[in-house]
Design a protein around this ligand. Structure first.
Ligand code: UD1
Length: 353
C-alpha cells in the first residue's frame, strides 16, 4: 500500500506552497497524495483561480470553514479535519506556511499520533502580536519534521531546543510555483493592458491587521499611496479584508479619484506575478511577496516593523519601512539608490524536486 499523504491548503499563500509539492508527489509510486482544502479563503479570485493557475485538481476534501475569529477558524478547522483523519487515517500530514489552518491541522495530527511535517518551518518575526507568529511557534513545536527555507530558520529552531534530526533545510518552495508557470507569467502583459510601462510603476498590496484595521493608520497609508502615484503610477490589488476596511472608513473614494492609482480586485497567481515581474518596486506587508521580489531582484518596501524572513533583507532586495519613511524610500528606488541583492542559497525553484 502506498503511503497516504494529506497536503493542507487553506488560504491564498498556501496554494503556491502546496502545488509544487503535489505535482512532485503524484509522480512517485511510493505515495498517494491528496489535497485537503480547509476553505479559509473561498472567493473565486482568492482560491479557485489559484487552483486553476497552478494546475491543482479538485481537493479530495473541502472543509468549507470560511471566515471568522481566530478561535472560530482554528476550532472549526480542527473539528472538521479531525473527522477526516479519523475516517481516512493518512500516514503523514504536510502543513505549509503559517495560517490558522497550519496550526489547526498540525494539532489534529499530533494528537492522533499521525506524523506531521511543516514546510516553511523556523521563520520567526519575534512579534507575538502577529497571529502568524503564534501559528509558527505552535506548529514547529509539535511537528515531527521541520522543512526550512534558510539558515536563519534552522538557527531559530535550534535555539528553541529542537533537535537537529528534526530539521531539514529544503529551500523555498514558493519559488518552485513561479518556475512551474514561468512561461505563462512571462507571456502575460498585465502592465501593458493597464497602459503601464515596464519598470515605471509600483505594485501595492496590504492586508495585515496592523496596517489596515486601524482608521488612522489606513488613512495615512492611503495618503501616502495617493502622493506616490503623483510621481509614478501604482497598481493596488486590494485584498478583501482591506477592501472592507477602506469602505468602512470612507477611504475608498479617495483612492478611486487619485490620478495614477489603478485599483484592482485580488488577482490570480499568474497575472499578479506578471505584474510584479515587470514592476519598478513593490510596497507590501505580505510575507511571500518579500521572497518573490528577492527572487526577481525587485526593490521591495515592506510596511512592517519586523520580518520573519530576514534573509530577504540581508541578501535580497527587501527593506523594512515605516509608513513615515515610505515616500522617501520610494524616492530612493526611483533615483536608483537600492541594492537588488542576490538569491539566497537553495532558492532555486527546485525545492519540491
Ligand atoms: C490570512 C492569513 C495570513 C495571510 C493571508 C493572505 C491567518 C491568521 N492569516 O489572512 O497569514 O497572509 O491570509 O491573504 O491565517 N475574505 C473574503 N474572501 C475570502 C477570504 C477572506 O472576503 O476568500 C475576507 C473576510 O471578510 C475575512 C477577511 O477577508 O474575514 C480576512 O480573511 P482571513 O482568512 O481571516 O485572514 P486574511 O487577512 O486573509
Amino acid at each position: 500500500m502506498p503511503t497516504t499523504i494529506h497536503l493542507i491548503a487553506a488560504a491564498r499563500p498556501t496554494f503556491m506552497k502546496v502545488a509544487p509539492l503535489y505535482h512532485a508527489l503524484v509522480r512517485e509510486n511510493w505515495c498517494s497524495a491528496s489535497i485537503v482544502h480547509t476553505g479559509q479563503h473561498y472567493d473565486t479570485n482568492m482560491s479557485d483561480a489559484f487552483f486553476l493557475d497552478l494546475r491543482l485538481p479538485e481537493p479530495a476534501y473541502h472543509l468549507e470553514i470560511g471566515s471568522g475569529t481566530h478561535a472560530e477558524q482554528t476550532g472549526r478547522t480542527m473539528i472538521a479535519y479531525e473527522a477526516v483523519c479519523l475516517r481516512d487515517r493518512p500516514d503523514t500530514i504536510i502543513v505549509v506556511g503559517d495560517v490558522n489552518a497550519t496550526a489547526a491541522c498540525a494539532l489534529v495530527g499530533a494528537k492522533l499520533c499521525i506524523p506531521v511535517i511543516h514546510l516553511e518551518a523556523g521563520l520567526r518575526s519575534r512579534d507575538r502580536s502577529m497571529p502568524e507568529e503564534i501559528n509558527r511557534l505552535v506548529t514547529d513545536a509539535i511537528s515531527d519534521l521541520l522543512w526550512t527555507p534558510s539558515e536563519d530558520a534552522d538557527e531559530n529552531l535550534k535555539a528553541e531546543g529542537i533537535p537537529q534530526d528534526r530539521i531539514e533545510r529544503v529551500g523555498n518552495i514558493m519559488l518552485d510555483a513561479f518556475e512551474l508557470v514561468r512561461d505563462k507569467i512571462e507571456g502575460a502583459d498585465v502592465a501593458g493592458e493597464l497602459g503601464l510601462t515596464s519598470q515605471k510603476y509600483g505594485v501595492v498590496t496590504l492586508h495585515r491587521p496592523s496596517n489596515v484595521d486601524d482608521v488612522t493608520e489606513l488613512a495615512a497609508l492611503t495618503d501616502c499611496i495617493v502622493r506616490i502615484a503623483q510621481a509614478t503610477p501604482v497598481v493596488f490589488a486590494i485584498h478583501p479584508r482591506t477592501a472592507g476596511r477602506l469602505n468602512e472608513f470612507g477611504l475608498h473614494d479617495r483612492l478611486v479619484r487619485a490620478p495614477g492609482v489603478h485599483l484592482l480586485e485580488p488577482m490570480n497567481y499568474i497575472r499578479f506575478m506578471a505584474l510584479v515581474r515587470t514592476a519598478g518596486f513593490v510596497i507590501t506587508d505580505s510575507g511571500g511577496i518579500q521572497e518573490e521580489t528577492t527572487y526577481l531582484g525587485i526593490p521591495c518596501l515592506t510596511l512592517r516593523e519586523t520580518t520573519e524572513r530576514p534573509i530577504t533583507i540581508t541578501l535580497g532586495s527587501n527593506r523594512l519601512c515605516r509608513r513615515e519613511h515610505l515616500i522617501n524610500s520610494v524616492n530612493d528606488v526611483l533615483v536608483g539608490r537600492w541594492v537588488r541583492g542576490q538569491r539566497p542559497p537553495l532558492w532555486d525553484g527546485n525545492t519540491a524536486g
